[in-house]
Design a protein around this ligand. Sequence first.
Ligand code: ADP
Ligand code: MG
Length: 335
Amino acid sequence: MRNLLLRYTDGMARYVATADEAPLLDIEELGRLAITDDISLDEIAGLHEGAALALSDQGVPINRPEIIRRMSACLSALMVSAAVAYRTKIDLLEQHRQQERDRTERDRQRLETLGQFVGSVAHELNNLLQPVRGMTEIMLADLAEGRSPERADLETVEACAIQAVGVIQGILGYVRRETIAPQSLAFGAAVATACTFIRPMLREPFAVAIRDRDTEVLALQGELTQILLNLLQNAVQAGATRMRVEVDRIDGDRPAGGARPRMRLRVIDDGQGMSAAVAARALDPYFTTKATGQGTGLGLAIVRSIVVGWSGDLQLDSEPGRGTTVTLLLPVHAG
Ligand SMILES: Nc1ncnc2c1ncn2[C@@H]1O[C@H](COP(=O)(O)OP(=O)(O)O)[C@@H](O)[C@H]1O
Ligand SMILES: [Mg+2]
C-alpha cells in the first residue's frame, strides 16, 4: 500500500506540474497492479486523498482550479484502469468457475455412462453364468455316485460359477448402489475358501496365514472373494514377488475394554508401492495409474464400498519401492 501511495503521489506530482501524458499512463498501470495485488476499490480510491495531502505538504497549491482539474484526471485514470482490471479479473474467475462446473458435469455424465455400461456387462455375464450352473448341476446329477475325477472337475466348475455369480452380484450391487445384507461368516475360513478360488485365476503364487478361522463377522463370501481378487491383482500388477494374505483377531489392548474386538485381514506385497499422492487418491472411483485396458480404477473403490457396507475400515500403508499393505478391519459379530 505504502509503495502504491508513493508511486501515485509521484505520478500525480509530475502530471500536476507538467500536464504531460506519461505520468497518467504510469497511474493507469498502477490501477491494474493494485487489482492484481487484491487491493479493494475503496482502498485504491483512498490513495487519492493521501496523495493530495502529500502534494499539499510539498507546497503545491491544491485549491487552484487548474490543479484540481489535473488531480481529478489522475484520480479518474487510476479508478478507470482499476475498474477495467477488476472486471477482467471477475470475468476470468467466472470463466474458470464455469469451466469447473462443465468439467464436473462431464465427469458425472461419464461416470453415469460407465456405470450403466458396467451394469449391463455384469447383467449379460450373469445371464451367461446361469446355464453354466444349471448344466453342471444336471451333469453332476447324471454322474454315477462316488469319487471320480470327472465329478471333482465338475464340482470345481460349479463352485467357480457360483463364486463368479457372487462377484457379479457385487458389481451389480455397487453400480445400482444396492446392498445385499451381509451374513454371519466364520471370517478366517471364508478367507481361506476365497483364496482357494483365487489361486487358479492369479498367475503368481501367494502365501496365506489364517491365525483365527472361526470368529464370525458380518460379510458375504462372494464379495470377500472379489475383494481379495482385486487386492491380489493390484499386488501382481505392482510387480510384487512376494504376496501374503493374513487373518488375525485383534482384541484391543485397552484393558478397560474400550476397543471392540475386530478381525483383521491384511494383503501384504513387496511391489513398487505408491507415492503419497497416489495413495491419497487410490480409493477414488476411476482413479488409475495404469495404461488404458490395464486398469479401470474401480478395484479399490469397490473394495472400500463393500467394506463400508460391512461396517468395517480400510487402511492403505504404502511406500514407493517398499510395497503395500492393505488392511481391512471388521467388527466381530457376536451371536
Ligand atoms: N498393491 C498396490 N501396489 C501399488 N500400487 C497400487 C496397489 N494397489 C493399488 N495401487 C494403485 O492404486 C490405483 C488404483 O487401484 P484400483 O482402484 O485397484 O484400480 P486399477 O487397479 O484399475 O488401477 C492403481 O492404479 C495403482 O496406482
Ligand atoms: Mg485394481
